[in-house]
Structures are given as C-alpha cells and as structure tokens.
Design a protein around this ligand. Sequence first.
Ligand SMILES: Nc1ncnc2c1ncn2[C@@H]1O[C@H](COP(=O)(O)OP(=O)(O)OP(=O)(O)O)[C@@H](O)[C@H]1O
Length: 259
Amino acid sequence: MNDTSPLLRVHNLSHAFGSLLACADISFELHSGEVLGVVGESGSGKTTLLNCLSARLMPTNGIVEYDLRDRGLTDIYALSEPERRFLLRTDWGVVMQNPRDGLRMNVSAGGNVGERLMAVGARHYGEIRSAAEDWLAKVEMDLGRIDDAPKHFSGGMQQRLQIARNLVTKPRLIFMDEPTGGLDVSVQARLLDLLRGLVRELKLSAIIVTHDLAVARLLADRLMVMKDGRVVETGLTDQVLDDPHHPYTQLLVSSVLQV
Ligand SMILES: Nc1ncnc2c1ncn2[C@@H]1O[C@H](COP(=O)(O)OP(=O)(O)OP(=O)(O)O)[C@@H](O)[C@H]1O
C-alpha cells in the first residue's frame, strides 16, 4: 500500500428508502489522518450516508471500499457479516449521538471499555483493567466511577465513556454522528476540546456528521455539504465556511451568522 492510497474510497453511493432517495451518487476518498465533516440540514441524508459508509446499511447502489490491514482496499459489503462486525469493533469506531445506542447501559464503565479489548483477544484481567483505567483517565472520567454502570452517568460522561470504548482498540477510522448533539453548551465545548485533542494525538481519520457548523469548523479538515441527499459542495473547511460557493452553503453559513 503506498502513501497515496485512500483509507476509504466511495464510488457512486446511493441509498433509497422505497421511492425516497436519501443519498444520491456520492463519491469521495478519505485519506489517512484526515477528518471529513458532513454537514447539511435535517433530512439531507447525512445519517443515511454515515450508516452506509460504516457497514451498517447496505447501499442500494455503489461501492464502499476500505483499506483492510491484511488485504488492502476491499468492498466492505463483500465481507461476511462476522468480518464486518469485527471491523466495526476493532479497526473502526462508531460514536453515536445517543450514548444509549453505543454503550451497554447496565455494564460497568470499565466493562464497557474492557469488552472491546476482549473482542480483539485480550484475556489478562489485570491488563484489561489497567487499559480501561488509562482510557477513562484519557477521557477525563473520575476513576472512582469505573465500577458504576453508565445508566447512572450524566449525558456528557456517557459520551466520554462511549469515546473511550471506541478508541481503546486503537481504530484507524472513527465515524461520529452528531457527537455533541443533545448536550449543554458548556459540556459540548469540553467534549469538543477532548475530541479534537484525541483526533490529533492518535492521528485518527474520522467522518463526522453534524448540522452544527461550529463543530465542523473545530474538528474537520474538509467538508462535504449535503442537500436533499446530494453533495452540493466540498472543500477545505475554512474555504467552504469562509467563501461558500453553492447558494445552499451560503444560506447555511449566513443562517448561523445571523443567530
Ligand atoms: N429508516 C428509514 N425509512 C424511511 N425513510 C428514512 C429512514 N431513515 C431516514 N429516512 C429518510 O431519509 C431522508 C434522509 O434522512 P437522514 O436521517 O439520513 O438525514 P439527516 O441529514 O441525517 O437528518 P437528521 O439530522 O435529522 O438526522 C429523510 O427524508 C428521512 O426521513
């Protein structure tokens, strides 16, 4: 694999729910270490696209290829179901907007992190516990809560635990759907700071879906603007936000500035 090969390559991806075309004809490449923000108003197809990219929703048309460590670029929907599940728990991470969808709410915080390590073969209890402690510290969680179940945590703590659970296996690519949605503004700001630091420190590649342009500005190197299931504009984040070309992007940007 040479340095210019993409980590993810998407070709003509479309997905329809019955007669509704939620994503249409989307093609792009994501390279190692790059953070792509997918922005657009509610209903523009962002989540459908993310689900198709992260092997959780088979596209109606098109190909999603990922650079598997042992095979190079491979059509993810040609993998078996167990292979896709393994990928999702190891080389990929998925941070959902609602932590309830990404955490086991009745399993302890340490268990939530540790079980990901067990999925990749870790068996030594002491080592699993110590890795879980390291990760809880990295996401600024109180280690005194390691044996508590996340159902007793605040939304911000749950989200930080979800991040630790997803990063403990050292994934190369992380998918995030509105990772700070539904949190108070001050909690959001702290979480964004944490995410930005981790993405840089771990040189993560990421695809982040958000309707919040401030989140996109802070985290993404490049943006893809969606409207009615189609990509209407792409470019470097600062270029797209400071000098939007498509009228829809201009409207999105100006509506934020007016708030
Ligand atoms: N499971 C489904 N069945 C039928 N239609 C769906 C389904 N999921 C999404 N849609 C429709 O597909 C379109 C795109 O939805 P999607 O959730 O991908 O948009 P979005 O940009 O992520 O919006 P939001 O930010 O509100 O989640 C919408 O018209 C939505 O109603």
